[in-house]
Design a protein around this ligand. Sequence first.
Ligand code: ADP
Ligand code: UDP
Length: 238
Amino acid sequence: MEKKELLYEGKAKKVYTTEDPDILIVSYKDDATAFNGLKKGTIVGKGAINNRMTNHIFGLLEKEGVPTHLVKELSDRETAVKKVEIVPLEVIIRNFSAGSFAKKMGMEEGIKFKCPTLEFSYKNDDLGDPFINSYYALALGLATQEEIDAITKYAFKVNEVMQKYFASLNIELIDFKIEFGRYHGQIILADEVSPDTCRLWDKDTHEKLDKDRFRRDLGNVEDAYQEVFRRLGIADRE
Ligand code: ADP
Ligand code: UDP
């Protein structure tokens, strides 16, 4: 499968068309941004790690009944995916307090919730991805009730599968962001699942193994991404 034209260049990935109108190729970059693009940098090796981690986890999710855009990993950084119409909602699931939630609620980070939470942000860089609820999404025509129901069901399933899987790697899944798309009338999981989009803490030491190391200038950013990759056990390609 070959790349044809650059369709879109985002902050972390480039997206190309292919001969097949239903298939895109995503190419993961080492570029890192935070605070809606205000902070910029490079995390060496990140593109390959995020590509391979996303595909590994999407494979596990498919087995558990969550449909995803994954078609085929083409190389370390490139993957063929189903072309979807992205639903402009960032879906955030949280198991522990952290980040914007901790700030908003005046809580310290790392407090376990009685049950997971789900929230939506309107995916709009100009507005800084504002927090919205499902009534806003319906009122603005961002998604239908059926789509919101499917997204909610799949998002909690993704959490269940990922929480269990990361626990087996001695990693606590604190929170994460996912995106869904429309593919021939069906809602499927798209975009990525990586240390860019998840908060991952070592279960024993609570060391942060995710993009917060970059956002907060904590140092050892590359090491943290490599450590997650090492624990996934997919570093050696057969
Ligand atoms: P951003 O747009 O936030 O800077 P990226 O650099 O990750 O993010 O760019 C990838 C873009 O591709 C995102 O806007 C994402 O919503 C979109 N995308 C992800 N998966 C698919 C897909 N299967 N089909 C179409 N678009 C996708
Ligand atoms: N997140 C993301 N992209 C965004 C915003 C958030 O991937 O544009 C992820 C983030 O990595 C974290 C979770 O969503 O795992 C919750 O983020 P939060 O709302 O706490 O925002 P932040 O503190 O990152 O501003």
